[in-house]
Design a protein around this ligand. Structure first.
Ligand SMILES: CC(=O)[C@@H](O)[C@H](O)C(=O)COP(=O)(O)O
Ligand SMILES: N[C@@H](CC=O)C(=O)O
Length: 262
């Protein structure tokens, strides 16, 4: 018998790979460019190669119609208006995710600051509940806090990714280090699949496509890009370009050529 965990995992991945738009910025940053109407953005992009989305429960509850792709519900919250924007608080339960019909749970864990201990506890406890409910857990593991000088430092990224895996996450999302060799080492020392974050919008489309190609070459299992997709002038087309790299192993340059033709 196929477990609920496997059924759900196959809804948020395709052939073991992920092309996901995290849209949880509405709590941390407000209705930023491209996120004024998350539902429309989801329906615009869902048939262009996406495997899944990450959204807060309030968006999931108010979607006018079900989406065709996997949904991870995000339960970490902090805001840029706060005195402690890095202190992510737990704002939901795995049982709630089951009730909402989610296919996965997502947490954001900042490592390297004074609030780290409580986020580690959130991760460990939520992993236990995910195990109980057969719910896949994606941990967004960020080197972020007073002790972090360079969040892309391969040693730090490798440590942070490993923390996510050792605390029980099924998928770890973290920062790309900027070069294939150092990231390949991190992939090898992390016992669960790694996907990479997009970060602020890149200067050119080729930049985000090249980072994607390099991360996949290093062994990443996909990407979770927010602003580089929903704030793009043509979100559907950048999703198609990313899908050609992730699922059809095209190069960034080949994907770029098609993007320019469209
Ligand atoms: C809003 C966030 O916490 C981001 O980390 C988001 O969850 C994410 O996964 C990546 O968003 P980008 O806009 O690609 O940085
Ligand atoms: N959701 C993000 C916003 C920017 O990446 C965060 O909380 O850091």
């Amino acid at each position: 018998m196929v477990s609920g965990h496997e059924i759900r995992l196959n809804r948020i991945l395709r052939k073991g790979k992920m092309l996901c738009i995290p849209m949880d910025h509405g709590i941390s940053n407000g209705p930023i460019e491209g996120l004024a109407d998350p539902a429309s953005m989801i329906y615009r992009c869902e048939t262009h190669g996406l495997t899944s989305i990450i959204i807060n429960k309030g968006i999931l509850k108010t979607l006018p119609k079900p989406t065709k792709i996997g949904v991870l519900v995000h339960f970490s919250s902090s805001t840029s208006l706060s005195m402690s924007p890095n202190r992510k608080m737990l704002t939901g339960t795995v049982e709630e995710a089951v009730r909402l019909g989610a296919d996965g749970v997502s947490l954001h864990i900042n490592i390297g600051g004074k609030e780290e201990p409580e986020m580690l506890e959130q991760l460990g406890m939520t992993a236990d509940q995910c195990h109980k409910w057969d719910m896949p857990l994606l941990a967004m593991m960020y080197p972020r806090g007073e002790n972090i000088k360079d969040p892309h430092d391969p040693e730090i990224v490798g440590h942070v990714a490993r923390i996510g895996a050792e605390c029980g996450a099924d998928i770890v999302k973290t920062l790309y280090t900027g070069d294939v060799d150092s990231f390949a080492k991190i992939v090898k020392s992390t016992p669960v699949p790694i996907v990479i974050a997009g970060g602020p919008k890149t200067k050119t489309d080729l930049d985000i496509l090249q980072m994607t190609e390099d991360a996949m070459t290093a062994g990443a299992k996909g990407v979770t890009y927010g602003r580089n997709i929903f704030a793009h002038k043509n979100p559907e087309k950048i999703v198609e370009a990313l899908a050609s790299i992730i699922f059809r192993k095209e190069s960034a340059k080949e994907a770029m050529k098609k993007l320019e033709q469209n």
